[in-house]
Design a protein. Structure first.
Lengths: 345, 165
């Protein structure tokens, strides 16, 4: 179909493009809230799936409604306690490992003294203790930044995520109706198509990401546990979580377990390396081609370009959100164009 | 028996490998109540296989997993004696999978432990005096509880991966 020559259509399309850019600009400016909302929706996705599964499995036993609710509440409470205990134990293990390894000395100092004899002389000339120290400071600086940002997100999350859960589970249909009613009649068809398409594609994208992270996290947890790595749970979960960030995420996620493993014993380091390799192989040879690609239909070259542009503009956050933002732009502009052509010809 | 297809064989092999891997994990701690044995985290694997895929898989994973683990670096007389109990445990988990909720089915772990103890006593691996001690049973209950929690976590993760969006 040839593009329309009607200038009104193109003016409105440009106006919509600018409005969307302003909206996303605001989102990224208030990135703390934006990321918390995204995390909230990811949690809603998990909660919804688990609730469906729970309802399906409990339906067999014909419990009364109050008993179903009680069992459900009991399970949620149970999971929270287990998660807190496990994570708390894992953090404690990590802290004691750091203390044990770095008694009065820096972690890299110890690492350097361990590997110094094995480094060939000509490399030793170039790689000094100072190089290791700089590397350590860089890593510590990066993770301090991540931890301080995380605490900010947690504080935001405590305020925003319960509200999102409330809105989604009790008011979502009514909210949708109210918004739909506010749209002018001639735009309602296009609006409905665009919102359901955006909702479906974003849902698929984040569902794929959540499943990918869960599987990678589970593989890493298992491998680190087998390796006997201290703090295996928290390091495995971190590796799974950071896998969301394309390209650099898996590398950043691999650094902390590798550091702890290198300080422990060669066999631990070897198993950790093998685990990370297996996780990446599963991700790149199975999950991405067979699971993620079927959910997110986007050209691979285009996705790489988008991610690079996102990284250039907004750093790691831009890398994560490049594809979903592109999907929203694409659907909104395509549907707007269709409707405008119908109206103005 | 449900074990007919290639897919089932693949799943069984994965679970057997998981059993052996977990048995040899360096994070596994010594059992404080049974001298010379370790806390059998890998016992959750046949139960999980039974819960997810049925009694055939549960039985096979219990049998081959324990058999292979017996010849792995962690292998001991305890593992050889546990082959039949673990097979029965996996079978029972599969048998009850549609008859009761997961946490209840996961209690087949306790049956597995009981059968293990009977075998250990029969093969003189465990002094009968130790079994009479209340502390021993507390340790066993603790181990079973950890196993049930692990099964529920793993079932949750696998369910999340299987649910179509």
């Amino acid at each position: 179909m040839a593009a329309t020559t009607n200038t009104i259509v193109w003016k409105i399309i440009i106006a919509i493009f600018v409005a969307l850019s302003v909206l996303f600009g605001l989102f990224f400016y208030f990135s703390g809230i934006f990321v918390t909302i995204i995390v909230g929706f990811a949690l809603i996705f998990i909660a919804e799936k688990l609730m469906k599964e729970y309802q399906k499995s409990i339906a067999k036993y014909q419990f009364k409604l109050w008993l179903r609710k009680l069992v459900g509440f009991g399970l949620v409470l149970f999971w929270l306690i287990v998660a807190l205990l496990l994570v708390g134990q894992s953090v404690g293990q990590l802290a004691s490992a750091v203390e044990q390894f770095a008694e009065g000395e820096s972690v890299t100092g110890l690492l350097f003294s361990k590997v110094k004899d094995k480094i060939p002389g000509y490399i030793q000339q170039h790689v000094s203790h100072e190089e290791f120290r700089k590397f350590e400071q860089g890593v510590i600086g990066f993770f301090s930044g991540v931890i301080s940002q995380l605490s900010f997100f947690v504080a935001n999350g405590v305020l925003i995520i319960p509200l999102l859960f409330y809105l989604y589970f009790s008011r979502w249909n009514r909210l949708k109706k109210d918004i739909y009613a506010a749209v002018p009649k001639e735009w309602q068809g296009g609006f409905l198509r665009a919102t359901s398409e955006i909702s479906r594609q974003l849902h698929d994208f984040f569902a794929a990401k959540v499943i990918e992270s869960t599987i990678i996290g589970a593989i890493c947890c298992l491998g680190f546990y087998v390796a006997g790595l201290k703090g295996w749970l928290i390091l495995g979960l971190l590796a799974g979580f950071l896998n969301i960030v394309p390209f650099i995420g898996p590398i950043i996620g691999a650094i902390p377990p590798l550091l702890f493993a290198a300080l422990d014993a060669p066999i631990v380091a070897a198993i950790v390396v093998v685990t990370i390799l297996i996780a990446q192989l599963v991700d790149n040879l199975y999950l991405i081609p067979f699971m993620i690609s079927s959910k997110v239909k986007i050209d691979s070259l285009l996705s790489i370009i988008l991610i690079l542009v996102g990284a250039q503009l907004l750093g790691p956050m831009g890398m994560v959100f490049a594809v979903p933002v592109y999907l929203i732009y694409k659907i909104v502009l395509r549907e707007s164009y269709r409707e405008l052509v119908k109206i103005y010809g | 028996m449900a074990f007919k297809y290639k897919n089932e064989l693949f799943k069984t092999v994965i679970f057997v490998a998981l059993y052996v891997l977990l048995g040899n994990a360096r994070s596994v701690q010594e059992n404080p109540v049974v001298p010379g044995a370790v806390i059998a985290v890998n016992m959750v694997v046949p139960v999980l296989a039974g819960i997810l895929y049925g009694r055939g898989q549960g039985l096979l994973v219990g049998f081959f997993g324990t058999l292979l683990a017996a010849f792995s670096p962690i292998g001991s007389a305890f593992e050889i004696a546990a082959i039949i109990p673990h097979s029965i445990m996996g079978f029972l988990a599969g048998y009850f999978k549609d008859k009761a909720p997961t946490p209840i089915v996961a209690c087949t772990l306790f049956i597995g432990h009981l059968l293990n103890i009977i075998m250990f006593v029969l093969f003189s691996l465990l002094p009968i005096s130790l079994v009479a001690d209340g502390q021993f049973w507390m340790g066993l209950l603790y181990e079973t509880f950890i196993g049930i929690v692990t099964i529920m976590i793993l079932k949750g993760i696998i369910t999340l991966g299987r649910v179509k969006s």
